[in-house]
Design a protein around this ligand. Structure first.
Ligand code: FE2
Length: 316
């Protein structure tokens, strides 16, 4: 379990809104034409109260998903060199500010030691903690042997000032579809009951809702109903994040927002009943967790698709 504190996004060098308002008011009072300035004073006071209520302390995090690295960095997935597309995403990530990264599964395509070590090496320059969960392509035994290494942790519970993030393993070894077994659901409930006042985010690899593509919807979280039923007992669950679908999806179940993140390599075409790849560029998700319980999120994509995928691909 890891603890973080929230940060304030206002520059320390700047005068605080309270100080600025007070200074402005004093200047106005000292002038002879105070009566004329009365409406201005009212406006300043209104701005002051507005600024006080809009204090925007937040934690900014990044979700990267479905990187599918190989032992050999030259290898490709359906024509796309996964090392190359991941490197391009990391280049774009250098322009962002964030506190930590979550890798939501399918870090590796072949489950090799080399692929897990190379991810750690590529992410090391960001100098932030990195958390991960396995996807269907990952080898959990190898991951447990290789991690923690560099910035990559094996912690599955991140606790902030009034938020916490619970990372679950939805992998069924040897299967493409997923399942949250007893131990994972017990762990989830244990975390939720330990921090009942904290806003909670739950992350796992497989999609717990149909995304509208028949071939993909056979490969989601097979006990999604059980998961959503459990969430009914915990009103502080604020969002569910996942990967696996290689596309950006957003929606709500039982009033709980869910979000997926585009893959770091090949993208699946939304709303296609048969396997189909998309030209939309690779991307990642930024999530901001505010101290008042508000969550803001957006997907950021590369300016252009990296690589040339196999147009005739019928599966992966
Ligand atoms: Fe994947």
């Amino acid at each position: 379990m890891i603890h973080y504190s929230l940060r304030d996004n206002k520059s320390k060098n700047w005068m605080s809104p309270k100080q600025r308002t007070k200074n402005s008011i004093l200047i106005l009072i000292n002038r002879r034409s105070a009566m004329i300035k009365l409406p201005m004073l009212c406006l300043l006071y209104t701005s002051f109260f507005w600024m006080e209520t809009m204090k925007d302390e937040f934690v900014r995090i990044v979700q990267l998903s479905d990187i599918h690295l190989f032992e050999n960095p030259e290898d490709s997935l359906l024509g796309v060199k996964t090392q190359e597309s991941f490197a391009a995403l990391l280049e774009m990530l250098k322009k962002e500010e964030f506190s930590f990264i979550i890798l939501s599964g399918d870090l590796s395509q072949d489950g090799s030691d080399a692929s897990y070590l190379r991810i750690a090496k590529m992410l090391k320059p960001f100098q932030v903690p990195i958390y991960c969960i396995p996807g269907n392509h990952d080898n959990t035994k190898i991951m447990a042997r290789v991690y923690p290494v560099e910035n990559i942790s094996n912690h599955r519970h991140i606790v902030l000032k009034n938020w916490h993030i619970i990372l679950l393993n939805s992998q069924i070894p040897g299967s493409v579809e997923g399942y949250l077994d007893r131990s994972q659901l017990h762990y989830l409930e244990h975390c939720l009951q330990t921090y009942p006042e904290h806003h909670a985010i739950i992350v796992f690899h497989h999609h717990p809702i149909p995304v509208g593509s028949a071939w993909l919807d056979k490969l989601g979280l097979t006990n999604a109903n059980e998961f959503w039923q459990l969430t009914e007992n915990y009103p502080m669950i604020t969002a569910v994040l996942f990967g696996h679908v290689h596309m950006a999806v957003e929606g709500k179940v039982k009033n709980i927002p869910y979000y997926s993140t585009p893959a770091g390599c090949i993208q699946f075409k939304p709303h296609h009943d048969a396997f189909s790849l998309d030209h939309i560029p690779q991307g990642f998700r930024i999530i901001e967790l505010y101290s008042n319980g508000k969550l803001k999120t957006e997907v950021k994509r590369l300016p252009k698709y990296i690589g040339h995928f196999d147009q005739g691909a019928k599966g992966y």
